[in-house]
Structure formats: structure tokens, C-alpha cells
Design a protein around this ligand. Structure first.
Ligand code: PLP
Length: 387
């Protein structure tokens, strides 16, 4: 990009690296599998869409800009992006992973990567000394911050000092905060992954993922994996995410301001036994968040008085949805124990306190009063039916 501009401006997709020939304001969808060559040995830079496509390249260049990175590679889902990162490693390699992660990532490590001879140590990166788990085979530390769903916060810069001194990679899943609120590469991480399905896309209408790096050799390896495994993002999905990113800043600001009001409301509810939101001063990660992020995000986990109460809440929602996923304009309430974390080994569920009383809220951009009124309404029904 030619100019040094703020993230709100970067979101508008003004990108002087890839220029459409007709200077379309909305970047065109290059819905083509292949590209012709005028002569042997000549190329427009695009040959075959599995390898690269102009709409995907435009998106990659904007996402790289949002993370202050040299390069971003766009995949067909967050999971295919994380799989590509795992494909960097070899049998015998040891990876330290945080104890609290999206359930699909845990399944990838346990059910796929282990079959290829990789080994894993599960560590609470926010409280434990990660250095004690590093062995001569350790190649990387992988974590989310805040974590899904328990919102643990890890000091990225502090951990980066450790990983750099041992010459191992620090990989951060930055999905929960989005690049609008946090840029892990600036804090010393080596690889950032995103589920683009969430805040980047922002409308619950497409699936995508990103691997973002500053290192040319890593970029080359990831692009070779993408080209070889065929997990690249399709042109139309790339366009949807380009469009979603245009409003990233305003969506994140509104969703965060709603989240703070809802977290305060939930904290005062007699039916809620615990509220976990890193924007509350009582959260143990609050000071680290203030240091390393520009905002607290729009994800809240909370525990209610009983399993029966939780089920009644989920079954009686009218204004927002009982659904998996997060990061869209509409508010979603998720039940981690049967949805996002359903397949987690029992010992991890217990270790992380993911109980049948835990609900996870992805706050949208509706009016906060309406959202709070909906909680009042469903809490009254749940109380009447269960207490
Ligand atoms: C934190 C996090 N990372 C990765 C993923 C996987 O992304 P996708 O569903 O786009 O494959 C998810 C999905 O919920 C997630 O919550």
C-alpha cells in the first residue's frame, strides 16, 4: 500500500498493489478457473485459480494490511488455514497448545495431526510457565487470546520473548478480537490465523480463513501448501469478505459497546453466577488486554444457575439466535458443551470448567436496550419454568 493510513481507511479496500483495469470501486469477482496465456512463457500473473485468483489476491493484500503484515493467504475456512499451518510440521515435531481453544482446533490436533506423528502438550498459556514444556523437538506454541470460550488472556509480547529465545514459532488465532482490536505480529508472534467466517466476514454468510505472516520463507511454504492441497478461498467468498471488511471498524465498535453494557447487565442478574468478559475490570486479563489490544471485543461467556435454566433460555429466544459461530451483525447465543466444544475430551472440559451451565454470547450490532430486554424476557421464562 502506498500510504500509511489508519485501519478504518485500510478497511475500505483502497489498494494500489492490485488494480482492476476499469478501476471498479467494488473489486470484481473473477469467477474463472483458469487464465489464458498469450504466448509460451508469458503470464498475467494468474494461471489457475487453485493457485491464485485476482479477487482472492485483493483480499489477501487488504487482510495483510489490517494485520500490519507482509503477506496473508486466504483459505476456504478457518480450519483449512489452521490445517495449512500444521502442515508446516513433520512427524516427531512437538507443539505446545493452549488448554482452552476452539473445539475444532483441538479435534484437528488430536484426531489428525497426532496420526501423522506430531506430539502436543496442553498448557494454560495465560498462567503456566510455557518455557518448562519446551523440549528439543518443540517447534511452536499455538494459542488464542482471549480464548474460546473461557476468555483467558495471554501476554503475547512476554510469550514471544520465550519463543524467540528458543527459536520456535508463536502462532496466534486472532479470530476473537479481529485485526481491528489486536495485531499479534506487532507483539512478536510469527503466524496469525483467523477464521474469516467471523468478524472479518461479519455477516454469517460465508466461510473463510487466513494465515498471515511477515516472513517470506514462511509465506512461500504456506502458498505451496495452499496450491498443493487446494484449500484456497473461492472468488465469490473472497468478494463477500472484502465487502464485510469495509464495515469492520464500525461493526466492532458497536458490538463492543453493546457487549460492555450486556456484561454489566449480566453481572447484576440474580440468575447469572459468573460473567467472563475481558472488558470488565474484574477480569484477570483486563490489564494485559489494555496493554496489548485496542479493545475488548464482543464475546462474553457466562454461567447461569442451572443446566435446566440454560436450556430454557436457549429454547425461548426470539430476538436473537441460538446458533454456533460468532462475529456477525446478529447476536448469537451458543451452548459450547453441545456445540462448539461438544467433542472435547472430558478431562479438557473439566480442566477448563466448560459446564452445562455455560453459555457463550457473540454480541451483534442491534440496539443494546433490545438485547437486554430480551435477556430480561427469557430469564423470566426460565426462572418461572425451572426455579
Ligand atoms: C477461534 C476460532 N478459530 C477457528 C475457527 C474455525 O473457523 P471456521 O469455522 O471458519 O473453519 C473457529 C470457529 O468457530 C473459531 O471460533
Amino acid at each position: 500500500m502506498k500510504f500509511d493510513v489508519q485501519i478504518e481507511t485500510k478497511c475500505q479496500g483502497i489498494n494500489w498493489d492490485v488494480q482492476d483495469q476499469y478501476h471498479a470501486i467494488s473489486f470484481p469477482i473473477y469467477q474463472t478457473a483458469t487464465f489464458s496465456r498469450s504466448k509460451l512463457g508469458e503470464t498475467t500473473g494468474f494461471d489457475y485459480t487453485r493457485q491464485s485468483n485476482p479477487t482472492r489476491s485483493q483480499l489477501e493484500s487488504i487482510v495483510a494490511g489490517l494485520e500490519n503484515a507482509k503477506s496473508a493467504v486466504a483459505f476456504s475456512s478457518g480450519m483449512s488455514a489452521i490445517t495449512a499451518v500444521m502442515n508446516l510440521f513433520n512427524p516427531g515435531d512437538h507443539i505446545i497448545v493452549d488448554a482452552d481453544l476452539y473445539g475444532g482446533s483441538v479435534r484437528l490436533f488430536n484426531d489428525v495431526c497426532k496420526r501423522y506423528g506430531m506430539t502436543f502438550s496442553t498448557v494454560d498459556c495465560s498462567t503456566e510457565n510455557v518455557e518448562e514444556y519446551i523440549t528439543e523437538n518443540t517447534r511452536a506454541v499455538y494459542l488464542e487470546t482471549p480464548t474460546n470460550p473461557m476468555m483467558h488472556v495471554t501476554d503475547i509480547a512476554k510469550l514471544a520473548e520465550i519463543t524467540k529465545s528458543h527459536n520456535i514459532l508463536l502462532i496466534i488465532d486472532n479470530t476473537f478480537l479481529s485485526p481491528y482490536f489486536q495485531n499479534p505480529l506487532d507483539l512478536g508472534a510469527d503466524i496469525v490465523v483467523h477464521s474469516g467466517t467471523k468478524f472479518l466476514g461479519g455477516h454469517h454468510d460465508t466461510i473463510g480463513g487466513f494465515v498471515i505472516v511477515n516472513d517470506a520463507e514462511l509465506d512461500e511454504k504456506i502458498r505451496t501448501i495452499l496450491k498443493t492441497t487446494g484449500a484456497g478461498m473461492a472468488p465469490f467468498d473472497s468478494w463477500l469478505i472484502l465487502r464485510g471488511i469495509r464495515t469492520l471498524a464500525v461493526r466492532m465498535d458497536r458490538a463492543e459497546s453493546n457487549a460492555l453494557k450486556i456484561a454489566e447487565y449480566l453481572s447484576n442478574s440474580p440468575y447469572v453466577t459468573k460473567v467472563i468478559y475481558p472488558g470488565l475490570k474484574s477480569h484477570e486479563g483486563y490489564e494485559i488486554m489494555k496493554k496489548q489490544a485496542r479493545g475488548f471485543g464482543a464475546m462474553i461467556s457466562f454461567e447461569v444457575v442451572s443446566k435446566e435454566f440454560a436450556v430454557e433460555v436457549l429454547n425461548n429466544l426470539e430476538l436473537f439466535y441460538f446458533a454456533e459461530s460468532l462475529g456477525g451483525t446478529e447476536t448469537l447465543l451458543t451452548y459450547p458443551i453441545t456445540q462448539t466444544h461438544a467433542e472435547l475430551p472430558k478431562e479438557l472440559l473439566e480442566r477448563n470448567n466448560i459446564t452445562d451451565r455455560l453459555l457463550r454470547l457473540s454480541v451483534g450490532i442491534e440496539h443494546s436496550t433490545d438485547l437486554i430486554n430480551e435477556f430480561e424476557r427469557v430469564f423470566a421464562i426460565a426462572a418461572k419454568n425451572t426455579l
